[in-house]
Design a binder for this molecule. Sequence first.
Ligand SMILES: Nc1nc2c(c(=O)[nH]1)N[C@H]1C(S)=C(S)[C@@H](COP(=O)(O)OP(=O)(O)OC[C@H]3O[C@@H](n4cnc5c(N)ncnc54)[C@H](O)[C@@H]3O)O[C@H]1N2
Ligand code: MOO
Length: 404
Amino acid sequence: MALMAVADALAAVLDGVEPLPEETAALEAAHRRVLARDLPSRRTQPPVAMSAMDGYAVRAADIATIPSRLRVIGESAAGRPLDRALRAGEALRIFTGGVVPDGADTVVIQEDTDRDGDHVIVKEATASGKNIRPAGVDFREGDVLIRARTRLTDRHLSLAAGMNYPDLPVHRRPTIAMLATGDELVLPGATPGPGQIILSNGYALRALARGEGAEAIDLGLAADTMDATTAAIRRARDSGADILVTTGGASVGDHDFIKRALEAEGVEMTFWRIAMRPGKPMMYGRLGAMRVIGLPGNPVSAYICAFLFMVPLIRALSGRVDVHHRVEPALLGGDVAANQARQDYLRARLTYSTDGLPIATPVTHQDSSLMGNLAAADALVVRAPFAPAASKGAPCTVIKLSLS
Ligand SMILES: Nc1nc2c(c(=O)[nH]1)N[C@H]1C(S)=C(S)[C@@H](COP(=O)(O)OP(=O)(O)OC[C@H]3O[C@@H](n4cnc5c(N)ncnc54)[C@H](O)[C@@H]3O)O[C@H]1N2
Ligand code: MOO
């Protein structure tokens, strides 16, 4: 198979992806979930006219001439309305959120009044309708206030509560099973033997997946044998995961079993190898409903491939419409060499000038094993295949990395 262009590979990963089925989530748990249906309000807000201020509900006609002396017939506090209409010559003591009685058409703030026993003297004119929130000024029963496919923010939760929903229909979150391969790997905290290194990739990848709303399961580490790799793939399939992500063993070495093991288990490979750097040996396929992303083992390659392909896939399965990373304009903070055939993603630090675009300075060493400068990077500078050399100050495009 020839190397595939990055855009074609991403299109192939997202091809035919439908949002996962609907489930119900309690309001508190619905934060950042994706709404599965249009949400019509179950009530009108406010349900009746309510006062916006503390003062007196009166008839505007009664205070056309001021000062005006009116008889106070009772009070209306929030949740405790008066049970009769207001008549000519009467005032009702009212508090913010109190129901405005029939007959009253304005609220005079208490600072514009003097109280005199069971009478009130209105000292300032107040126009009809002033300080009253009419019924339905916020929304009415049946109004669709949140559309299907909206990713719910904190404000949406309060709005949905106000619409009288204790829970919401949301798309199911994708589950991701992650499998590391590599005989050389030992867990953090262990004492590595000769040639061994610490397994590290999965920590960033699972955090990245969770940050995008997925549930991530760690399937652990498989030894570099067909049997061990096959057993782990079967565990992933049996777990019912929506996505299997493997790391390592993706290249052409004698100990790189992932592709062979996946294919032997029935994975239909959509592609293997992309015209990108880092991340060339990435593969993608399907095993029934389970999508399989085979990431290269190098930590930077694994992360950047997950960022560029796994994240949009999670978003699409979650029901989001904003699946793509934003590619944004910036200026180069350093010179870059002419690019070769693979689309290049350069780790870069971002600074901001006071007057304009972000300035992206690529780190000096771009080797795909360097975790230190991946953690220190804020963004990726995207360099198209065969892009000519460019100097400090030239326009470029960047994708910002996750800050969490
Ligand atoms: N002859 C060729 N050799 C290589 C090619 C090629 O096209 N022809 N591609 C290179 C590229 S590009 C990459 S990227 C790597 C990817 O190889 P693998 O996916 O097979 O990865 P491994 O060999 O298993 O591991 C590479 C490297 O990463 C370390 N690693 C692996 N897993 C983890 C982990 N979970 N945590 C931390 N570090 C991990 C591993 O120890 C290796 O050092 O292939 C090139 N070779
Ligand atoms: O993808 Mo490899 O990362 O070019 O080292």
